[in-house]
Write a protein that binds this ligand. Structure first.
Ligand SMILES: Nc1nc2c(c(=O)[nH]1)N[C@H]1C(S)=C(S)[C@@H](COP(=O)(O)O)O[C@H]1N2
Ligand SMILES: [Mo]
Length: 480
């Protein structure tokens, strides 16, 4: 380093590290709508009236939160902070017994960080979505209790003793496997994201929802363990020369059936019975966790993991695999999960989740309380491979700075990015733009609409914009 470089980096550090410059943020209010209101919307739909009510409720919740949280911590002369100076109850008494909670749950202070259903999105909660609270997650792994849920006909607790997987079609030996049979086969463990094809789908027409939980929360990332599909198909003597397609059937009442293109998926697809804990390569002091058998909501005891492909193909409660020589055109790929293009035609079998990213801190509904230093953080992912770079703009896309990517960067997995920023108190528009290792650049919403129109539901991977007002409020906007 030259002297000038050293001076420059010292300057950078002093700008960001002075405690006085460390700024605070109010979390998005999560309880801005009542259960009654949700029930009302579910019964009658989200008309303009109710939409207005939703906006007002949300804004007043923000106001309330800011007022109660922004009281400065000021102590009189000679007085200190009792939270550090006085002995606390937990320093002087006996704590709770081990195994008081035989299965541990988060701190009571984290009670607001939960999956949430978007009011008005669906009429029946059994055929609905509960979104992952991305605004409150760290790193890349989604805790199992916060994995998003998407069911077409509700979920069940299936008994693994009686669960069966049938493999038939263009195979020499059609077979029915028990869970024990499957779990004796060679297994692999890999970390991948799953994203519903309809994630961010509400935003095709215009800004629709206030927080990142609802704009991007049909996204999760876990380490999955299972037998590679290829091994299972070879075990049954599948004709993989002629049999280029696989029909995948779920065991729930929705009759979820999807065609998997074996040519593009054979290397990566695993039949997973477990989401297990990541290996501890480098020790970290962590806030997040993963690891155990699949949760019933996520397909216990068996689901298909199709890395890079939209969530609907990750069939849960997996009961049958049929090898065939052409796509099946099932209801879930001929009537649903097709995209209306501007010329009135439908796009079908567009299953890859293209490169995408979003800033989660700060994000919609949060409020910055002070000028000064912020660690701006978010997630990037690509269904085609690894994230190569993430750029962040603070002025609506005129200027971009390259963010720091956390490692390891895994293929078809979430990559966490961070970038330092000193907010000077003026209005700003925050955006992130991801680039994957194929060279694909995440598009603006305008670029996407130019090609795809605005009447689609699926595969919206546009750059997300968060508007920061001079009063510190962050809101969802669309620019460019
Ligand atoms: N059997 C079955 N599999 C299913 C579904 C379903 O309703 N039934 N939903 C699909 C959809 S649309 C998505 S996005 C993912 C959601 O997986 P998750 O609930 O584990 O998040 O599961 C897919 N697999
Ligand atoms: Mo989905």
């Amino acid at each position: 380093m030259t002297k000038k470089q050293i001076e420059l980096s010292a300057q950078d550090i002093s700008a960001v590290e002075k405690p006085a410059n460390r700024a605070r943020l109010v979390k998005a209010p999560e309880h801005f709508i009542s259960q009654d209101f949700i029930a009302d919307v579910n019964a009658h739909g989200l008309d303009e009236n109710r939409r207005g009510f939703l906006r007002k409720g949300f804004l007043s919740a923000i106001g309330g939160a800011a007022a109660s949280l922004s009281a400065p911590m000021v102590f009189g002369a000679g007085e200190g902070d009792p939270a550090i100076l006085e002995k606390q109850e937990w320093q002087t008494t006996l704590g709770k017994n081990v195994a008081t909670m035989p299965y541990g749950v988060p701190s009571i202070y984290e009670a607001n960080l939960i999956r949430r259903e978007s009011p008005g999105l669906t009429r029946v909660s059994a055929a609905s979505v509960a979104f992952t609270p991305l605004q409150g997650l760290f790193g890349t792994i989604t805790p199992n209790g916060l994995h998003f849920e998407r069911h077409h006909q509700g979920w069940y607790n299936l008994n693994p003793e009686t669960h069966r997987l049938m493999v038939n079609g263009m195979v020499k030996n059609a077979r029915v496997f028990t869970m024990n049979d499957l779990m004796r086969l060679p297994s692999v463990s890999r970390t991948h994201f799953i994203e519903c094809g309809a994630n961010t789908g509400l935003e095709w027409g215009n800004v629709a929802v206030p927080t990142v939980q609802y704009t991007h929360g049909m996204l999760s990332c876990c380490e999955f363990t299972g037998v590679p599909l290829k091994i299972l198909l070879e075990e049954c003597g599948a004709d993989l020369k002629k049999g280029k397609f696989l029909l995948v059937e779920g065991g729930d009442g929705s009759g979820m059936t999807r065609t998997i293109n074996l040519e593009s998926c054979l290397d990566d697809t695993i039949v997973a019975w477990s989401m297990i804990e990541s290996c501890l390569d480098d020790t970290i002091v962590a806030w997040s966790m993963n690891g155990e058998m699949l949760r019933p909501e996520n397909g216990f005891p068996l689901r298909l993991v199709v890395p890079g492909v939209q969530g609907v193909s990750w069939v849960k409660w997996l009961r049958r695999l049929e090898v065939g020589d052409m796509p099946w055109n099932t209801k879930d790929e001929a009537v649903h999960y097709i995209e209306l293009m501007p010329d009135g035609m439908h796009r079908q079998y567009a299953s890859i989740q293209e490169c995408k990213s979003v800033i989660t801190t700060p994000s919609g509904g949060q409020q910055l309380l002070d000028k000064g230093f912020y660690n701006v953080s978010g997630m990037a992912w690509s269904g085609r491979g690894k994230i190569k770079r993430v750029d962040v703009s603070f002025d609506g896309g005129n200027n971009w700075r390259t963010a720091r990517l956390e490692t390891p960067i895994l293929t078809k997995s979430i990559t966490r990015f961070n970038i330092e920023w000193v907010w000077d108190g003026s209005p700003a528009i925050l955006q992130s733009r991801a680039i994957d290792d194929t060279g694909y650049v995440q598009p603006s919403i305008k670029m996407l609409r130019d090609v795809r129109g605005n009447r689609s539901i699926y595969h919206n991977n546009a750059i997300q914009s968060w508007k920061l007002d001079s009063n510190g409020e962050v809101s969802n906007v669309q620019v460019g």
